[in-house]
Design a protein around this ligand. Structure first.
Ligand SMILES: Cc1cc2nc3c(=O)[nH]c(=O)nc-3n(C[C@H](O)[C@H](O)[C@H](O)COP(=O)(O)O)c2cc1C
Length: 200
């Protein structure tokens, strides 16, 4: 094969490969959100945030910004020490709390180590929760599980108070998503949800 035919062959091979991959890439959904760095220096003084903390049940449709989402998830159960320990305590540092974020673009699992969200479900369930963001808390099914969820949702409640966001924790709503949809380990269960949004 002379040089010209060789180059033609290479070009043709590249066109065939591109024709195969480009349309596939175009339809592959985004399934990872790398969150921006959380702002760990801002917010209102703790005593004022405690004074502002309350349940609120009516939200606008406005999506929560990625910065608020980042701050909120870090406040919830992010890593705050070099050894990987978290903003909320867990018995024997088991860290057995899974936080799912249900938003219009699907349901996402928070990975604290990567400070990222991984899509587990394509479905928009925001109408079922009447909020643009609902955190779904799944914990290991033992006597400490609900305590762990409580520590985390209080962190979120205080962040919301500080950031001017509304929130409510609800025992109702724990069945909106099934264990299969959340790809939960066998010994985990959803114990509470927490809706967040701009006050209406
Ligand atoms: C474990 C738990 C479960 C709750 N479940 C619901 C619920 O299913 N629906 C709801 O509207 N509020 C629910 N709430 C919110 C409470 O009604 C609310 O915290 C209480 O009325 C006190 O109001 P405050 O949070 O503004 O102080 C729940 C709160 C907790 C701690």
């Amino acid at each position: 094969m002379n040089m010209s035919n060789f180059l033609k062959t290479i070009f043709l091979a590249l066109v065939i490969v591109a024709a195969f991959f480009v349309p596939v890439a175009a339809v592959v959904p985004v399934d990872v959100i790398t969150l921006p760095a959380s702002d760990k220096s801002g917010g209102m003084p703790l005593m004022r945030a405690l004074n502002e903390r309350k349940s609120l049940r009516a939200f606008t449709d406005e999506a929560i910004s990625q910065q608020d989402l980042s701050n909120l998830l870090w406040a919830a159960f992010g890593i705050n020490r070099a050894d990987g320990r978290r903003t909320a305590p867990t018995a024997r540092n088991s860290q057995q709390v899974r936080i799912y974020a249900a938003m219009a673009n699907g349901v996402w699992l928070y990975d604290a180590a990567k400070h990222a969200l991984y899509k587990v479900l394509e479905r928009d369930v925001t109408q079922s929760f009447h909020a643009p963001l609902t955190l779904v808390y799944a914990v290991a099914d033992d006597k400490y599980g609900p305590m762990h969820a409580g520590a985390v949702f209080q962190n979120v409640g205080l962040y919301c108070a500080s950031a001017g966001l509304g929130n409510v924790v609800k025992a109702q709503g724990v069945n909106v998503l099934t264990n299969d949809e959340l790809k939960l380990p066998a010994d985990y269960a959803v114990v509470i949800v927490q809706s967040v949004g701009r006050p209406r």
